[in-house]
Design a protein around this ligand. Structure first.
Ligand code: ZN
Length: 239
């Protein structure tokens, strides 16, 4: 089986469509989203509707929870908070209900998927040091995909040692555990503005992919929607 693992779309329709275009020509059997479908960008309803119409299994992310009213964006920075409340006012009731019913974590065909970290959906795994304790929470699985940081990376645990890799291909080996972040479709933060995702082949390989998209259109839509200018500008630098 070949899976496309996507995360953190953040209402960026241009990036999402471009990624789906690549996925559709990559012999993928199943698309899985790790959450944060909405928040930050200008097209929340359109992005939720694509997830629904294509039957993409998705988790709920912290921005989805705030946008559908399950939580208040109290801990968000001002631009993120404004975007969450704007998204809440834009989303149809039907799309809010859809988001509310998404699971917080899941196990798919033997691997685990979470938004932030296996121990806590809101935790950021930003380093091998952050990743190390998370390997104890994999529920007897040896592979987990996570998002939330918007930075693509693979952490592995082998012989008690955790290491990180940003190689394009991560080989999945027996006896080693993996925590893999596909990066963000709609708001990459690793100084590469291209949309990021992973193709995981269960014969033993996870491949990081980057996709160019119409950043300028997404940027302009954010500014024209009255969202914080910074949310548009950061797309152009991928940070
Ligand atoms: Zn996010």
């Amino acid at each position: 089986m070949r899976y496309a693992i996507i995360s953190d779309i953040h209402s960026n329709l241009e990036a999402f469509r471009s990624v789906l275009g690549v996925i559709d020509s990559s012999s993928v059997d199943n698309i899985i989203c790790l959450g944060d479908i909405v928040g930050y960008g200008a097209d929340p309803n359109e992005c939720v509707e694509i997830i629904k119409s294509r039957n993409i299994s998705s988790l709920i992310g912290n921005h989805d929870r705030a946008a559908c009213g399950l939580t208040e964006p109290a801990g968000f920075n001002p631009a993120a908070r404004q975007a969450a409340l704007w998204t809440r006012s834009e989303l149809t009731d039907e799309n809010k209900d859809y988001l509310k019913n998404l699971p917080g974590e899941d196990v798919v065909d033997g691997f685990m998927i979470v938004h932030g970290a296996p121990s806590d959906p809101d935790k950021y795994i930003l380093s091998a040091h952050d990743a190390a304790p998370e390997f104890q929470h994999l529920k007897n699985r040896s592979l987990c995909f996570f998002g939330h940081t918007h930075v693509s990376v693979a952490y592995s645990l082998s012989d008690g040692r955790v290491s990180s890799s940003r190689e394009r291909v991560c080989s999945i080996r027996d006896g080693v555990s993996y925590l893999i972040n596909p990066g963000s479709v709609g708001q990459p933060r690793d100084r590469d503005p291209r949309a990021s995702f992973v193709i995981y082949d269960d014969r033993g390989e996870a491949e990081f992919r980057r996709v160019e998209y119409a950043v300028e259109i997404a940027r302009k839509k954010i500014i024209d929607s009255g969202l914080d200018r910074f949310l548009g500008e950061r797309l152009t630098v991928g940070y």
